[in-house]
Ligand binder design. Sequence first.
Ligand SMILES: C[S@@+](CC[C@H](N)C(=O)[O-])C[C@H]1O[C@@H](n2cnc3c(N)ncnc32)[C@H](O)[C@@H]1O
Length: 354
Amino acid sequence: MHLPQSDGKFRLQSPDSVPVMMGAADLALIQQMAADLPDQARLLEIGPWLGGVSQHLADHGTLHVVDHFRWSAQNAQNHPDLLPVGASFRPLFERHLQTQGKAARLSECDISAFEWTGGALDFCLIDAPRNREDLWLCLRQVLSALTETGVVLIKHGLNPAHLDMMALIEVLITHQVLELVLTGQPGWCNIAVLRRGEAGTELPTKAELALWLKTPCNIKRLPKDGPPERALLMMAHLAELAAVGETTAAFAALRQQRPDAALLAAWILLEPGIAPNTAETGAFAAFADLVEYHHSADQKINWAPPDHSLAWALRHCWCAYVANQNGQAFALFEIVAAFEAGRIRDLLPKETAK
Ligand SMILES: C[S@@+](CC[C@H](N)C(=O)[O-])C[C@H]1O[C@@H](n2cnc3c(N)ncnc32)[C@H](O)[C@@H]1O
């Protein structure tokens, strides 16, 4: 546990405080959003662990928490000697809240079995899912219960290590199921803060969602005064597509974007954390290079001719692709083959092939 001698990730400020995994920036953001809640708000927390955040949320109204309350191998590794792997930590959670004089209603179940039947929600904090499927299971349950001013906070929703979750959030924003809330949060705080979008409570079917995920948003420019987190989400969606080999869709969406320093900065933040499928690393490398090239400047200077190297062949072909909006795909493999055969100029318009 968070004892002073613990080598684990987490520490207690004082021996009687409740353990918490989230850092100061996350907690500050949660407190900031909770401070705006109406009196006697209805709050839901999915994945409360030992209650370190729950104790604060309970101050704002009726708090409901959902967790399977099973001590994980990771918990046991970080906090040896507290509980054996698989044991229930529900008694610890209950004791922690009780000693703080706080209360919560509990649902002890796995996310996959979770059904929200508790009525309208003003606030929902999600910190259990670590993949897209689990996040969607949670969101499906809560989105239609959110009030018009209600907010949903998703831990790791802006974490490049969870591109799949980011891509889900991005498509829900694109299709106006959700919208980002302007929070002023620092760039290192990876909680996505959202509210219901204009599409209302109509949620997509599984098939619609799968289609949305294959079709990135094709807006040309980000709104100037919008939440800066959108740039990260948009680029995360493209990164995820490229990382799993859906490069045609990723290139097509990249072409639509106007060169933009915010999108470039978002990409630079994301790129080191991306682990493309091993079979796709070559295509991903080409995509990564072209993202930086595309967003670096409005006017490109091609310092080297197309047959100088594969990188320059791709850049020349990219300029031709951007200039020629004829609906054709960016033919990455054809370009590579043409370069290797010494025929790259055959693919380029005469005036750029010099
Ligand atoms: C990272 S911890 C939450 C930490 C907490 N927000 C804090 O800052 O102290 C994740 C929580 O989600 C719960 N959890 C993870 N997977 C779950 C699942 N499939 N079903 C239900 N609960 C789950 C874990 O038991 C744990 O309590």
